[in-house]
Design a protein around this ligand. Sequence first.
Ligand SMILES: *Cc1c(COP(=O)(O)O)cnc(C)c1O
Length: 447
Amino acid sequence: MNSTHSRSSDWIKRSLASVWHPCTQMQHHETRPLVALKSGKGVWLYDQDGNRYFDAISSWWTNLFGHSNPFINQALKKQLDTLEHAMLAGCTHEPVIELSEKLSALTSHTLGHCFYGSDGASAVEIALKMSFHYWKNAGKPQKQEFVCLENSYHGETIGALSVTDVTLFRDAYAPLIRNAHIIASPDNRKAATGQTAEDVAIAAAARLEMLLQQNADRIAAVIVEPLIQCAAGFVMYSPEYMRRVRALCNRYHVHLIADEIAVGFGRTGSFFACEQAGIWPDMLCLSKGITGGYLPLSLVMTTDTVFRAFYDSDITRGFLHSHSYTGNPLACRAALAVLELFRHNDVINHNRIIAGKLDQALTPLKSHPAIRHFRHLGMIWAFDVTMTPEEQTTFAGRFFETALKHELLIRPIGNTVYLMPPYIIGDSDIELLAAGVTAVLKEVIPS
Ligand SMILES: *Cc1c(COP(=O)(O)O)cnc(C)c1O
């Protein structure tokens, strides 16, 4: 792949001249590789020169059933010849109806109303606007503030950044952003000796209660990433926190927005992460895995209570939000195919078995001298690598490059390495992945 006369090199040159890549300091590509992808099949991505890469992070957490999945492909081809797109204001169609009904049923119809967007950040914006507007319609227009967790990530549009506590993404645009209340994360790595993850959750919830006691009359909603704060470096926490936040939101009349954009669709071992806490939020945001990594689609699911507060003859009491591609039939069809695969293949139970195997294969890493906080939930694994602050500035890049040489696509966040493979990994993939990660670590952290 480093051959200067490769077919990839032409694409790389043209891409760097014309495509502004996301989450990238473009100058870094003067020395860092850009992978020129030609095709994908199953867990593998292939570049122009025929090299292959194991998509161990499911292409930014979107891919669930592999690249070019025959079942999803078939469903999309059929939809393509039926209806590719139509506006959703004043019109409706089968895929959007079926998808809304099926997702609603998965919440036992607690969240029976689906509002569609095209990406995760938009779903977050929709939820924030919906909460604010609900309170306004309910005669409490002073409830305009939001609460988010320390290190939270809810997307990078200006509204979503207002509830995102990631310095790198936020600071550059700070003058444009409204401030939210940022409260302690229930990060279970904070547990002191003798403390459990549940103790940390209880203490963090107590901090939220203090805030709500003082400010609930001005607060519209609390937004959280249930069980795992992914972009923060895979911060995991006890479901007890979600139970307590739900109870506090009820007591202080504040909405709970669950951002399951990353953790929904089986990632944490249950279909929705909230199920593990036995609670439902007032608004649930979904995206990423929803179309199996095929097409951009997001939605916010909400309750009858919220829906009814907007139901009126007055247009300004209605929810004022729209996107051109709202409820796109192709994207909805891909999502329906994903739900079919879940049902047909008993994916939640099947994942328990493969997760057990991959966890077993990764066991040697748990006692690696440079690894701390090896953690695992559902189909997500993460660990922190100990290093000096100087080493940390280059670690993620070095790991990424070395992983490519070992046929792995892995992008650490700071010093946190994580694996989030598609749900179709077989026994040989599991061995390959575990051996590959071990080999990369050996090269990147000389002991
Ligand atoms: C990725 C992500 C988002 C933003 O989704 P985009 O589609 O990238 O805008 C929001 N919240 C969480 C928890 C995410 O992981």
